[in-house]
Design a protein around this ligand. Structure first.
Ligand SMILES: Cc1ncc(COP(=O)(O)O)c(C=O)c1O
Length: 439
């Protein structure tokens, strides 16, 4: 299993899920649980949707596979058009992959190709943020700034430089505007230090999801993009989590965070998790520099056996249809303030040190000592006890250490938000009591 604790290899006691329905999953013992994390931030339209099952079955019978190397299929071309219609700016060219990691990996490989064809092979450096997450291929893992994932892997890469996470901490004495200035200045200084002629890519999630739903200061992305433009650096917006409705828009980059990037990567919500699929949309302007008369005889030899898989693409089209037909983007926009308000109420609990939310994704951060700078091993234990109690009470939490991330299926109702937050509150109270009684 991913993130396997090797000392316990083969003894995993994880819950066996039997089926799902709407925002609920049911385990093999019949326990009905709200899917708090939305699987892994991906079950947008919820479980048990007949529309997706029918689309899968029909496409599997019509054409279950085609080689993307020498043929095309209708679902992939239709989906590419629909995705391109929803992306901002001139991000009109779409390439499909097998998931989020391969989407980001492809974006990075494209930047290599692009700079080599442009005759500047020294322009290869990638700048990323601490606390970011971009996947589990060698290169995307090396771009991920969550130090907990590093031990025993050869992650260090001479091509990658980390800059600060845009997590604003009011306690540090800076205003949000001053903090933003500091972040932009650090970015510019980092580029100057490396040499602008060597920096190829800035890779960033609109909000840092796995880092704990870190929402950058207002205007951050537009300012970073302006710096990128000045130095001819490709801005890759990793929308693997924020895309397909999570923030109330098809894509959050421009509509929520005010930036038109050069490349957007997506996965997860594109099929609501029914089948694997990922992809990226690339700017026409970028492609024009290395295609047609400018191609210099090159082939972009990057691809997967399952690029544009017809069954996955058919599921994604059906998923987009459901999102449109059920007005899910409007629903998320309407419900988001209430979702945030209910989570923020948890701040009345002594161990809840911060609550952050955007769209239908939020994080409740718990620490036993609210004045401590960093979470301790005890805080991580608190996180697992919250998980255990919530599970018994009917909610999956899957905390990231001490951070309880809520990213439920987007079809969740107001009443279900109430139930979810009430259970989370109870779970936090019970876990805190456990910690106190166990000393
Ligand atoms: C922002 C982001 N990028 C990339 C990935 C990797 O996606 P996948 O697990 O589908 O390869 C993830 C996964 O959580 C993610 O959150």
């Amino acid at each position: 299993m991913p993130a396997e604790e090797m000392a316990k290899l083969g003894q995993s006691q994880k819950p066996l899920l039997a089926y799902g329905d709407g925002i609920y999953v049911v385990d093999s013992e019949g326990r009905r649980l709200i899917d708090g994390p939305g699987g892994m931030w991906c079950t947008q339209i919820g479980y048990n949707r007949r529309e997706i099952a029918d689309a899968l079955a029909e496409q599997a019978l019509r054409l279950s596979y085609n080689s993307p190397w020498y043929t095309i299929n209708s679902p992939a071309s239709e989906l590419a058009e629909r995705v391109a219609k929803e992306t901002p700016g001139d991000l009109n060219r779409v390439f499909f992959t097998t998931g989020g990691s391969t989407a980001v990996d492809t974006a990075l490989r494209f930047s290599e190709y692009y700079n080599n064809v442009l005759g500047r092979p020294e322009k290869k450096q990638i700048i990323v943020r601490r606390e970011g997450y971009h996947g589990s291929t060698s290169l995307t893992a090396a771009c991920s700034g969550r130090a907990g994932n590093w031990p025993n892997f050869d992650i260090a890469s001479e091509r990658i430089t980390f800059i600060s996470s845009p997590r604003f901490r009011p306690a540090k004495g800076l205003s949000e505007a001053e903090f933003l200035d500091e972040l932009v200045q650090e970015f510019e200084q980092t580029i100057e230090r490396i040499g602008p002629e060597k920096v190829a890519v800035f890779l960033a999630e609109p909000l840092l999801a796995s880092g704990g739903v870190i929402i950058p200061p207002k205007g951050y992305h537009a300012r970073m993009k302006e710096v990128c433009e000045r130095h001819d650096i490709i801005y890759v917006s990793d929308e693997v989590v924020t895309g397909f409705g999570r923030c109330g828009e098809w894509f959050a980059s421009e509509a929520v965070f005010g930036v038109v990037p050069d490349i957007i990567t997506f996965a997860k919500g594109v099929t609501s998790g029914y089948v694997p699929l990922g992809g990226l949309a690339i700017s026409e302007q970028l492609l024009a520099r290395v295609s047609g008369a400018n191609a210099k005889g090159g082939f972009f030899t990057n691809g997967y056996t399952y690029s544009g898989h017809p069954v996955s693409c058919a599921a994604a089209i059906a998923n987009m249809d459901v999102i449109e037909k059920d007005g899910i983007l409007d629903h998320v926009r309407e419900l988001a303030p209430y979702f945030a308000e209910r989570l923020i109420e948890l701040k009345t609990l002594p161990c809840v040190v911060d609550v952050r939310a955007s769209g239908l994704v939020g994080c409740v951060e718990c620490m036993l000592d609210p004045d401590a700078d960093e979470p301790t091993a005890l805080d991580k234990r608190l996180g697992s006890l919250i998980d255990k109690h919530c599970f018994e009470l009917g909610l999956i939490v899957r905390p990231l250490g001490n951070m309880c991330v809520m990213s439920p299926p987007l079809v969740i109702t107001r009443e279900e938000v109430d139930t979810m937050v009430d259970i989370l509150r109870q779970g936090i109270v019970l876990a805190t009591e456990d910690m106190r009684t166990s000393g």
